[in-house]
Design a protein around this ligand. Structure first.
Ligand code: C2O
Ligand code: CU
Length: 483
């Protein structure tokens, strides 16, 4: 009942046209609703989609021009929308209890938080776009229920363009492919299966105890299509990888007729362009991370194909997608040796050092959590998320060094500003740690030091694990950013 790999045509999510463009910015409107989609051939799968689509429509914003997005919630649960990687004021950042209640009645529980701003029906999120070109994404961020909401489809791209990026001559148009990678599980009727204690995510815990380490599926989707094939020209392609999976980490590698050929040329990281391109044979990509890459197919001939595989998977989770060269075309794109000027956060200027431990532990009983003495969860410095308590206080403009340690796999993500990786396990960062990161993958028993600096906006922001089941089971902390 599952399709053969590399038989279904690949697609990219449609770009959303603004409803209106005026002096205030570009105005968009998105309706969150249930929809039925054919994901597996011959099956009608119910999803929750932004505009009923999975992935949601792509927003293409321009640096310096605000994107003002009105979300309307026609689902039957509260939602929260976060722009991941966005340099966003706190009131639009999608704090997990800043609920957007559905238009109609919601039966679902909401966490009581006196500081939260709860609205019903529609909410306007304002994204100033005051940041360099980057591959961002938006997704649900509701407290305790991010996992099931993203699993059902609430995720999409938000790309920021700028003159630096456009002036480089990189592949663009049809040769600029945002690729949202995720894994899903389906039942015999083709419906998405999320192992929740309360399957509708209305009242109880989002994920059942057996799956608190993270929910994975056996079907790999690229832009919502299982194991697609993309017909391509013998040319350079910009592949913008996003791992939107709840919990799966991938090791992407190119497998083709020129095995020893260049592999991936990384040009950008979570927060935008690198200073110079880097050749990578393989890319480890954890939930939340993005890698902006070029794959150069100019030496290939019609009939050749290149498969992108996941070396951490086996069987069905090994295959990802195939690029099938079916034509020759001219290619005037370039990959310049210098990409962007990157400011380096100088650790010598740091005013503070912090140690942050990411570990499993006992969940406290809290109102709105069905915790208890024997309920395990994921903790940061021994504490589970609690909106009423600031965990870290940081001042605008100050450089800090954070040492992150763990005894399990955690992709650690910070809101408001990206950071720079200084060390891994006491040594130089890995090849994939370059540039501005907003999510760092820490495999079990590893540690990293990162340089952090907040700019622009004060308020409460999140530090959390981007394994969505860890996030939903406590692994978030409040960062209070002050003047
Ligand atoms: Cu992509 Cu706080 O999340
Ligand atoms: Cu985690």
């Amino acid at each position: 009942r599952l399709p053969e790999p590399f038989t279904l045509p690949g697609t990219v999510p449609p770009v959303l046209a603004p409803e209106r463009v005026d002096a205030a910015g570009d105005h968009y409107r998105i309706v969150q609703r249930r929809a039925v989609r054919e994901i597996l051939p011959g099956y009608r799968t119910e999803i929750w989609g932004y505009n009923g689509q999975f992935p949601g429509p792509t927003i293409r914003a321009t640096r310096g021009r605000p994107a003002i997005v009105v979300h309307r919630n026609e689902l039957e649960v509260p939602t929260v929308t976060h722009l991941h990687g966005g340099h966003t004021p706190a009131e639009s950042d999608g704090y997990p209890t800043d609920y957007l209640l559905p238009v109609g009645d919601a039966a679902a529980m909401i966490h009581d938080d006196p500081q939260a701003v709860v609205v019903r029906g529609e909410r306007e999120y304002r994204y100033p776009g005051d940041q360099p070109a980057a591959t961002l994404w938006y997704h649900d961020h509701r407290m305790d229920f991010t996992g099931p909401a993203v699993w059902r489809g609430l995720a999409g791209f938000h790309l920021v363009d700028d003159d630096v990026d456009r002036g480089l001559g990189l592949p663009d148009g049809e040769r600029d492919l945002p690729l949202l990678l995720c894994d899903r599980a389906f039942d015999a009727d083709g419906q998405l299966v999320y192992p929740a204690a309360d399957p509708m995510g209305m009242h109880g815990a989002a994920v059942s105890d057996d799956y608190m380490q993270g929910v994975q599926g056996d079907v790999l989707l690229v832009n919502g299509v299982p194991w697609p094939r993309f017909p391509v020209a013998a040319a350079r392609y910009r592949l913008r990888w996003l791992n939107a999976s709840n919990a799966r980490v991938y090791r992407l590698r190119l497998d083709g007729p020129h095995r020893q050929a260049p592999g991936f040329i990384q040009i950008g990281s979570d927060g935008g362009l690198l200073d110079r391109p880097r050749h990578l044979d393989a890319i480890d990509i954890a939930p939340g991370e993005r890698f902006d890459t070029i794959v150069d197919l100019t030496g290939y001939r019609p009939g050749d194909s290149v498969t992108i595989v996941n070396e951490l998977g086996d069987g069905r989770t090994f295959d990802v997608l195939r690029l099938c060269v079916d034509r020759t075309e001219s290619d005037s794109s370039r990959i310049p040796d210098r990409l962007a000027e990157l400011e380096r956060l100088d650790p010598a200027t740091a005013v503070r050092r912090r140690d942050l431990h990411f570990r499993m532990g006992d969940m406290p009983s809290m109102p709105g959590h069905d915790g208890g003495a024997d309920m395990k969860g994921w903790l940061i410095d021994g504490r589970a998320f609690d909106p009423s308590r600031p965990d870290l206080t940081a001042r605008l403009g100050e450089v800090e060094i954070w040492r992150l340690t763990t005894n399990f796999n955690h992709p650690i993500h910070l809101h408001l500003n990206p950071f720079q990786v200084l060390t891994r396990n006491g040594r130089a960062p890995s090849a994939t740690d370059g540039g501005w990161k907003d999510t760092i993958h820490l495999p079990a028993s590893q540690e990293a030091e990162i340089a952090v600096r907040f700019t622009g906006y004060t308020g409460r922001f999140m530090l959390h694990c981007h394994n969505l089941e860890h996030e939903d089971r406590g692994m978030m902390a409040n960062v209070a950013v002050t003047h």
